[in-house]
Structure formats: C-alpha cells, structure tokens
Design a protein around this ligand. Sequence first.
Ligand code: ZN
Ligand code: ZN
Length: 380
Amino acid sequence: MSEYQKIILLANQILKNHELCYHCLGRLFSKQLGLSSNKILGQKLKKNFKSSQKCFICKNLFDNLNYFLKMMIDSTSDYSYRTFSVGTTVKPSIVDRDDYIRSHYKLMGVDSVKTDITKELSKSFSKKTKKILDFLDPEIHLIINFKNESCQLHSKSITFSGRYVKTLRGITQKQKSCINCNGRGCRTCLFHGISEFTSIEGIISQYIFKKFGGTTTKFTWIGGEDKSSLVLGPGRPFFVKLHHPNKRTSKLTSIDLDSIKLKNLKIIDKFPQKPIMFNSSIEIKISSKSTLDSQYLKKLKNICNDPVMVYEKSGKRFEKQIFSLSYKKLSLYNFSLFMKVESGLPIRRFIEGGDVSPNISDILNCKCTCEEFDFHDIEV
Ligand SMILES: [Zn+2]
Ligand SMILES: [Zn+2]
C-alpha cells in the first residue's frame, strides 16, 4: 500500500467520526506528503464525504478569515511600513480539540491549527498589501485575537541621532512629564507622556511627532547644560527613540525650530548601548567676591597638568582631565574662563568649590560664583 493510500484510509476513518474542514483535514497530512496547500489536499481527501456540520476542530474559522483580514488592513491604514508579522490568540477549546485529534490518531509532525491560521492570515495579508512577512524583526506586528475579535498593532520603534544648537537662554533641556499620567501616556497628553513642548526635549519631540506620528519619545543626551546656557558651534549630540511610529521615512535635514536648531537628524539602527565619552569646550562667566589678583589668575593654567579630583557624597571619587584653559579678565570682579574638559566635570562645583580639588575659588583665593556657562563644542 502506498503512503497516499494509507493516508486515504486514515482520513476516511477520521471523517467517519469527526467532521473536518478542508484546511484542518489537509493539515493533518500535508507535511507527510510534502504538499504546501492544506486546502487542496483536504478537498481531495474529502471528495466522497458531504459536509453537514461545522468542522470539529475549528468550527469553520477558516471560512471567516476575510473578516479578520479586513480588520488587519483597517488597523494598519495609518501606518507606512515594509515588513510585518502576525501572531494569533485562538480559543483554548479549538486548541484542545486539535490536540485531541492529533494524539488520538497518532499524527506526528503536524502543524497546529493555530500555526495554520497564522500562516493563512499572513499569506493573505501579504498578498493583499504587498508587504513582506518578516518573523525576526518586523516593522509592524499584528496580534489577532479570535476570542474577542480584535486586532492589536505594535509598531517597532525608530531611533534618531542628531545635534541641537541652542541660541536662546531660558530653555531647559528636559520636559516635565504629563501630570496626569506621569509620562506613561494618556488621553490628555495624546499618549505622548508630555503635554507641553517648551524644552529642548519638548521641541524636538513635537517636531518628530509631526513628521512620524508615534506615542512617546525617550532621549539620551550627550551631556547637559543649565537652563541659562547656550549650546553653540556644531551643537550637542543626542539620541532619541520614538515609540510606536506611524511613519518610518521622511526627508530629514537641518532645521530651525523657534529657539533651537536641529542638525544632522537621521535615523540610525540602534540606540547606543554604552555610555558615550565626550569632551566639551566651555565658556564660563565668573564673578568674584573680592578683587581679582592677576598673580593668582596666572596660576589657573597649572590646572591642566593634573587631573581634577571630584568627591561625591556617596564616598565615590573620580578624576577628570582639563585639556586646555585660558581666561579673559573683564573687570575687577569678573572674568571669563575658556576650557576644554572631559565629560562629567561638575562645572559649578569646579568654580565655586564643593568637594572638587583643585577648584577655581581656592586657586584665586577668593569666593567665585559661576554666573553662566555656554558650550562652544561637544566632541564625541
Ligand atoms: Zn477546521
Ligand atoms: Zn498623560
């Protein structure tokens, strides 16, 4: 007896006891025969049987797939993407009946009903939309829930890198979270997690939301500055991840956004995994309590010879290098300091003295105040 004849016998035996649809019947034997279409095999095996009841396993779910396909197409209408994948949640009773048939008739190496439904939906969706099925790293992932007849969509986040230039004082780097949801995203903030767009973070986010849609943004800054600081020259680098974007491509160039400029904004593959080391060129405006002594000012240059020690309240201490230093006396009580420093040096404490050694106040032998500091370059 050939393999196919054996299969016909078994199929007949199953069909005598259980009504099965073409898909479910064909699926039980298609892998064994190396066939790709369960439906066609099912039709062949069932040609001498009349259907009177619903499929024992799936209750004719396969006849309804167009309804779910339409749901998938509707839910993706606001998204542009190239690749997708599909996941499904099937009623446990269907899975149980499928398991029962497979074990009762000792059918090994057979796709489960859930796998088959998922495959069918993916195939039809790809055919209809011309999008590419990608299991590993899809841009859009759809989860069809057959229990409550819903379709959930997950859009893979995108990551940008860029630099910002800040030419106006009085803008903070970070935006306060929406008070209603604490940043998680709610209806009040349109799921952005922020409801105001007055900071660097807010202004950049608003621009990205406008171009790419999406829900929340997550920033990694390469250093930070005071509200009153300017960031000049090539600007400060940053990375931002946009969650749940609607669009994934757009022309990006340098752009003026009110009080900040965005430079080199581009989409990159990955959010940086490790902290990024950088050096900053800073101009600091300093005032002193007593008149500045030129003899002491001259000593400032020696700071570059050795690392500066920074002591934290936690008991930790670390070293920071100052690569270059120059100054300009502006009046008896004021001077500007120009420095290129290693990232992480606490500027204010370095000027005013506060568990940083050496520090400017100590060297000048008078109490100094850091009035403001601006960034001229940030090198990564
Ligand atoms: Zn079925
Ligand atoms: Zn909110």
